[in-house]
Write a protein that binds this ligand. Structure first.
Ligand code: 6PG
Length: 240
């Protein structure tokens, strides 16, 4: 694993750096393999990044969008990560509908939604073997409880190692989430973390020893590149 931690002065600088990094990975992936696959996170931090990407002139027909987690709500529900992303970005660019791969949250129950999304991922990557397919980039946030995607502390989702997608649980509300082994199979994982409220969780995630099930972001140890992009409010104590 190749881990890089960058502390940016403020949120606009954080967004600018994340944009630069993603565009660089996008260019390389398209040059080398003719397409770029990225899984997005929800929450509030990435929204300005999505708005910034929407202003870029990119080969949208070569770009494929997934979500690393989603609330088990219809795509027009105010809590939907897909809805937030479409409003901030996807509705404003000429990306083919077939390149947008939302979590099928209209399935009858969360388990069916997770299983269907897993099948769609396997078909996209033409992967039927035991190897986890590898997304080019997975963008993650981190909650102040050190959760990431919808892998919340002390939940069953943290124990799932033989699936790509599982059912997460936040205070009794079902979520659909990539599993941590699937996240770890990505070529690059980029955490975007802002705000002083994230400092205590970051201290535990970066500690030499702490409990992974209490601080789930510790489980993210990708075989490829791991980037932590922090604003100064979040990353103050982590600056070298
Ligand atoms: C979600 C996100 C979640 C988010 C963190 C951080 O569906 O809410 O995927 O994992 O990334 O909760 O959220 P903020 O960026 O809003 O702090």
């Amino acid at each position: 694993m190749n881990k890089t931690v960058e502390v940016l002065p403020d949120q606009p600088a954080l967004v600018a750096r994340a944009l630069e990094l993603i565009l660089s990975k996008l260019e390389t992936a398209i040059e080398q393999r003719g397409r770029f696959s990225i899984a997005l996170s929800g929450g509030s931090t990435p929204k300005p990044l999505y708005e910034a990407i929407a202003n870029q002139k990119l080969p949208w027909d070569k770009i494929h969008i997934f979500w690393g987690d989603e609330r088990y709500v219809p795509p027009d529900h105010p809590d939907s990560n897909e809805l937030m992303t479409r409003r901030a970005w996807l509705d404003h660019v000429d990306i083919p509908a077939a390149n947008i791969h939302p979590v099928p949250t209209l399935e009858a129950n969360p388990e069916l939604a997770a299983a269907k999304y897993e099948q769609q991922l396997k078909e996209f990557f033409n992967s039927s073997g035991v190897e986890f397919p590898s997304l080019d980039v997975i963008l993650l946030g981190m909650g102040d409880d050190a959760h990431t995607a919808s892998l919340f502390p002390h939940t069953e989702a943290l124990k799932v190692r033989d699936r790509l997608v599982t059912v997460g649980n936040k205070d009794g509300n079902p979520r659909i989430s990539f599993t941590y082994p699937f996240i770890n199979a990505a070529s690059s994982v980029i955490f975007l973390v802002a705000g002083a409220n994230k400092r205590p969780a970051l201290a535990q995630v970066f500690a030499p020893v702490a409990d992974d099930f209490t601080y789930p972001s510790r489980l993210i140890q990708p075989q490829g590149e791991l980037w932590w992009l922090l604003d100064a409010a979040a990353g103050l104590e982590l600056q070298d």
